[in-house]
Design a binder for this molecule. Structure first.
Ligand SMILES: Nc1ncnc2c1ncn2[C@@H]1O[C@H](COP(=O)(O)OP(=O)(O)OP(=O)(O)O)[C@@H](O)[C@H]1O
Length: 245
């Protein structure tokens, strides 16, 4: 059974390159910036978050630009380490967050898929099958056997999507880029996405698109300034957001 539990979760980003004292003074008036014990400026991206997400929850992270949605997703995926509080994620994670995350630019599409499969503990034959399956869905033709640094943005999305959706996770974490494919690809992708979401115990998606929230989610967490302003059924949380828009 999959569970995500956060207690007093906090995350800061240090700004290493900001050294000038006058600049520091100017920035310090802003509420999310402060200095750490080493006198570096840090921005508080997530503040004191408490929540529990359990099996069956399809959660939308909503809120304005800079609210902390992507940072929270990446923290759930283990990309960032909290600076305070605790976070427990039980269940195998599948992340559709950064298109190129975990990919080697100099390797081909096929090599990248095989590497991912080996990392997940698949046998050689299973990796071959996985590569064939991804190749067919991504529809990259001969480009599947060319280094991925030569891919266009759309080709990168196709490969990442096909790869990320080829293995069923228990905890599915998604940023809204999955909607960015071309129309023909998305028509094909939607069915696969629905299967992936249906097969996951937990889904968390960061999005600005209320239609996406209403279609795919049963719960929404509203973030602003790195804090949780509301957490509950979709209509309740979106209603609060629409009222303040
Ligand atoms: N790598 C980073 N280094 C420094 N600050 C960062 C970094 N990533 C995010 N931040 C800061 O953390 C805060 C939250 O950003 P985040 O990207 O999580 O917001 P978001 O809600 O996903 O916004 P958007 O809707 O614009 O994608 C912002 O103040 C941002 O400037």
């Amino acid at each position: 059974m999959a569970v995500i539990e956060a207690r007093g979760l906090c995350l800061d980003f240090p700004y290493y390159h900001i050294g000038a004292r006058s600049l520091k003074k100017r920035l310090m008036g802003k509420s999310r910036l402060h200095t750490d014990p080493s006198n570096r400026i840090v921005v508080t991206a997530l503040r004191n978050l408490d929540f529990r997400i359990g099996t069956g929850d399809r959660v939308a992270l909503v809120g304005p630009n800079g609210a902390g949605k992507t940072t929270l997703l990446r923290t759930l995926a283990g990309v960032y380490e909290p600076v305070a509080g605790s976070l427990t994620v039980t269940g195998q994670i599948g992340a559709l967050i950064d298109v190129a995350a975990g990919m080697d630019n100099e390797s081909t599409g096929r090599e990248n898929v095989r590497l991912r499969g080996l990392y997940r503990g698949l046998t050689d034959a299973e990796c071959d099958r996985l590569a064939e399956e991804v190749a067919e869905f991504a529809g990259l033709g001969d480009f599947f056997d060319v280094p991925i640094r030569t891919y266009s943005a759309g080709m990168g999305v196709r490969l990442s999507f096909a790869m990320a959706t080829a293995m069923q996770p228990q905890v599915l974490l998604m940023d809204e880029w999955f909607l960015a494919g071309d129309a023909a690809f998305m028509a094909k992708a939607e069915e696969r996405l629905a299967r992936l979401v249906g097969g996951a115990d937990i889904m968390v998606v960061a999005t600005h698109d209320f239609a996406v929230v209403r279609r795919w989610c049963n719960r929404a967490i509203r973030l602003e300034g790195g804090m949780i302003l509301a957490d509950g059924p979709v209509e309740e949380v979106l209603g609060g957001l629409e009222a303040t828009a």
